[in-house]
Design a protein around this ligand. Sequence first.
Ligand SMILES: *Cc1c(COP(=O)(O)O)cnc(C)c1O
Length: 237
Amino acid sequence: MRAYLLESRYRRILDRIGEACVRVGRDPGEVTLVAVSKTFPVARVAELHGIGHVDFGENKVQELVEKAVALPGRLVGGGVRWHMIGHLQRNKARDVVTHADVFHALDSVRLASELSRRCEEAGRTLDCLVQVNVSGEESKFGIAADRVHSFVDDVSSLSHIRIVGLMTLAAPADNPEDVRHQLRLLRNLARSYPASTKGNRLDWLSMGMSGDYEVAIEEGATHVRIGSAIFGSRTPD
Ligand SMILES: *Cc1c(COP(=O)(O)O)cnc(C)c1O
């Protein structure tokens, strides 16, 4: 029963992603669904992986490590692609380098240096997205919108991380239309970055969660991070 529910929720999200793409003339193949499995057991991840889903996201290092040990990522020859989507402290950088395929929450030069150094030791390169605070809320992590381009320039000399795009969390809203302008701002920041600058490309836009992913896709998201709409509601921590 539960397995059936998970699969039907998942398929419904895929349908809605497809419909959102059609509305704005995009190819659904351009949008990656990152299934955010935080707080749910690895058995749920395995279930979804069993029906062919590849991309999973975690926002806490410890949980990422536990799940990636049980279900190894692409990096180490496994079938899952693990996305670390939450704030990271420098002293945990090594765990992300060991287990994650993609890091979505780069928000400081010091963290970027540490990740690059750890990647060099591990003999790998890590794809990173820069987290941008589009809502201007003080409580939010992320680089302020007017500093994003210079931040990307600042970290571009690091040899073992690759900046591939921008990520954001819009402000919580009952009506996703209320955050459309924030999602559009992220796209505009990526598009207005001069492509030639030091070889960086901001092709990926990681934005949109359970409440606003359809609007995010209409505004150009390449990665939507969806948790509760697939796995069910989380017990508040
Ligand atoms: C939890 C989380 C999500 C998914 O949130 P839902 O509302 O459950 O879809 C997306 N991004 C980040 C960074 C998260 O921590």
